[in-house]
Design a protein around this ligand. Structure first.
Ligand SMILES: *Cc1c(COP(=O)(O)O)cnc(C)c1O
Length: 390
């Protein structure tokens, strides 16, 4: 039956029947430890009781009414997000790419309205923002847009984390810059603090909007609710998806009042965005993440884990190059093929995710237990020891 699916992915010949916590049960009757979380989505693991309860409860009340009516869960969720972040307003979507489209539209509308048709968007090398036309047009890799030309105009892609020429590239035609605080698909590349501070200063002086794409890095994954909090700079827009639904497709675009004023009734929309089901799950997730001590506990567990990975890099210098990332958004840059490593780990019942720049991404559920972390670590160690000898 697989032949009926358009082949845009290389898939493993494995499917999963159920999941519990950080574990997935395969159709081969094996349990797999999930260090990938469905690409940073299952932020609280599988079958979390609070999420099941929220979805079950909502499923018996109401599924969909459209945004022509007030939606109580949507208002509740937006209120939490506004309370906990820089944002004053929220627009709800169903995916990451849709959140990006919303961000691009708002940025351009703002530039066109207030800044005498300044509408150029700057993105960075190694960036990934999704697969829709706007999103692929601002991607940092030609592979994503190849063959789909003409792509969106008025876009420049410049080197990530490089200070020289940064100011020159941010001309007075630019309305916004967009970047991931930690690049995910690109291979867990952290933005340097100095780079971000400089970027923020230039943006402030030249009245350019700063957009953080936190679709992968957000919702507590790095130990902060949003990863840009590490830099202590205020963005104008932040895009969110993946973890905020924990597996239910929901995303959003966070923005300030300054930008909200250019969007009016009819300037953007979504049939499903912010539906009662998705919002009920997201509220349950945020209730868990904002529990006293949750994020600090995660940070401690994750930094101990990272220290252990650094030990592995020293122990297996022919296999690994370095560890990078924050919290449970970690990358192991490899010297051998990352794909071979990931495949071997899967054979050993550990799910890892390959990333750009020959990295292995480690993105477990952020509520993973120490015990499960240790099990995963041992598998990584065993695989490294096997491959190092080859
Ligand atoms: C996954 C991802 C996207 C795209 O999200 P989709 O839900 O697949 O559209 C955009 N930006 C970043 C940083 C991502 O990790």
């Amino acid at each position: 039956m697989e032949n009926s699916i358009l082949k845009t992915y290389n898939r493993y010949q494995l499917s999963f029947l159920k999941g519990k916590g950080s574990w997935l049960f395969g159709d081969d009757k094996n349990w797999y430890l999930d260090f990938g979380s469905g690409i940073a989505v299952n932020i609280l693991g599988h079958s979390h009781p609070a999420l099941i309860k929220a979805l079950n409860k909502q499923s018996k009340l109401l599924w969909h009414t459209s945004n022509l009516f007030k939606i109580d869960n949507q208002e509740k969720l937006a209120h939490i997000l506004v309370e906990k972040t820089f944002a004053d307003k929220v627009f709800f979507t169903n995916s990451g790419a849709e959140s990006i489209e919303c961000a691009i539209k708002i940025a351009r509308k703002y530039g066109n309205t207030f800044k005498k048709k300044r509408n150029k968007i700057i993105s960075f090398s190694g960036a990934f923002h999704g697969r829709t036309y706007g999103a692929l047009s601002i991607s940092g890799s030609k592979k994503i847009s190849e063959g789909f030309e003409p792509i969106l105009g008025g876009v420049d892609n410049i080197p990530f984390n490089q200070l020289d020429k940064l100011e020159d590239n941010l001309t007075n035609e630019v309305c916004a810059v967009i970047l991931e605080p930690i690049q995910g698909e690109g291979g867990i590349n952290e933005a340097d603090l100095v780079f971000i501070k400089k970027l923020k200063t230039i943006c402030k002086n030249k009245k350019i909007l700063l957009i953080f794409d936190e679709i992968q890095s957000g919702i507590g994954r790095t130990g902060k609710f949003l990863a840009h909090e590490f830099f202590d700079v205020k963005p104008d827009i932040v895009t969110i998806a993946k973890g905020i639904g924990g597996g239910f497709p929901i995303g959003c675009c966070l923005l300030t009042n300054k930008l909200a004023q250019v969007m009016e009734v009819g300037s953007h929309g979504s049939t499903f965005g912010g539906n009662p089901l998705g919002c009920s799950v997201s509220i349950a997730i945020l209730n868990e993440i904002f529990k006293e001590g949750f994020l600090s506990n995660l940070s401690k567990k994750a930094s101990n884990f990272k220290i252990k990975l650094e030990g592995l890099v020293r122990e297996y210098p022919k296999t690994f190059d370095e560890v990078r990332g924050k919290g449970f958004m970690l990358g192991l840059k490899c010297k051998i093929s990352n794909k071979i490593f990931v495949d071997e780990a899967l054979t050993n019942k550990l799910i890892l995710i390959p990333g750009g720049d020959n990295t292995i991404r480690i993105l477990p559920p952020i509520n993973i237990t120490k015990k499960d972390l240790n099990i995963g670590f041992k598998i990584i160690e065993n695989v490294a020891s096997k491959l190092e000898k080859k």
